[in-house]
Write a protein that binds this ligand. Structure first.
Ligand code: AP5
Ligand code: MG
Length: 209
């Protein structure tokens, strides 16, 4: 099963992707995570994308398409994958069509006011990538690997607003691009309430295949 998760920054793509990945046994491919790993490793690509990511702008299409193309060639993607945060431009979507055939696109929908609140209180594990909010993890320790949680550099209020503008301008046209393959889910409820309709939809999709 080859799935795209589309949605604004902070809409809950990563949270949902982890549940799908666990139950359907397909890898979560988050371009944001791939880039953050490069920044952490301080490699060539990391040096190139660090300031772009901190500002909330998009990494250039050529660079992003290349990193996804390489990742999708790895053996764990044979059975399928979840693309979390890719494509983010019509150009990237057109390039993806030449790389792989996608089964479905899930749009995670959430009002901007809630997005700003959730991103301001998000904490992530720098070691295993687990996602929390301050409210459900006031201790600030990862429940999976016990590492100290951090706040992402791009989760500052002014950067969040810029990321939302970038989404509106560059990524929201993809809703039209994928209109025939789109499954829309609201993430205004709890993570589990968000996941249930998606799970039912994917089970049907899997049964048809
Ligand atoms: P990326 O890492 O993809 O960031 P993003 O799209 O801005 O999305 P986020 O990870 O911030 O949010 P999310 O939707 O995953 O929400 P989450 O599940 O964490 O990209 C970062 C940067 O990399 C970009 O700005 C760009 O520079 C670059 N980049 C990446 N891909 C690129 C591409 N294709 N092209 C060019 N550049 C690219 O949830 C958020 C919070 O809400 C958490 O605290 C979570 O606990 C909470 N939460 C989630 N769901 C629920 C729920 N249902 N109820 C209550 N709380 C919830
Ligand atoms: Mg994410």
């Amino acid at each position: 099963m080859k799935i795209i998760l589309l949605g604004a920054p902070g809409s809950g793509k990563g949270t949902l992707a982890k549940k799908i990945s666990r139950d359907f046994e397909i890898p979560q491919i988050s371009t944001g995570d791939l880039f953050r790993a490069c920044v952490k490793a301080e490699n060539e690509l990391g040096k190139k994308v660090k300031s772009i990511m901190e500002s909330g702008a998009l990494v250039p299409d050529e660079v992003t398409i290349e990193i996804v193309k390489e990742r999708l060639q790895q053996p764990d993607c044979k059975k399928g994958f979840i693309l979390d945060g890719f494509p983010r431009t019509v150009n990237q979507a057109k390039a993806l069509e030449k790389i792989s055939q996608i089964d479905s696109v899930i749009l995670v929908d959430l009002a901007n006011e809630i997005i700003v609140e959730r991103l301001s209180s998000r904490r992530t594990c720098p070691n295993c990538g687990e996602i929390y909010s301050v409210e459900d993890n006031p201790e600030g320790k990862c429940k999976k690997c016990n590492s100290k949680l951090i706040q992402r550099d791009d989760d500052k209020p002014e950067t969040i607003l810029h990321r939302l503008e970038v989404y509106e301008r560059n990524t929201s046209p993809l809703i039209n691009f994928y209109s025939e393959r789109l499954f829309k889910v609201s993430s205004s409820g709890t993570p589990e309430q968000t996941y249930q309709p998606v799970k039912a939809f994917l089970e049907k999709l899997e049964a048809k295949a």
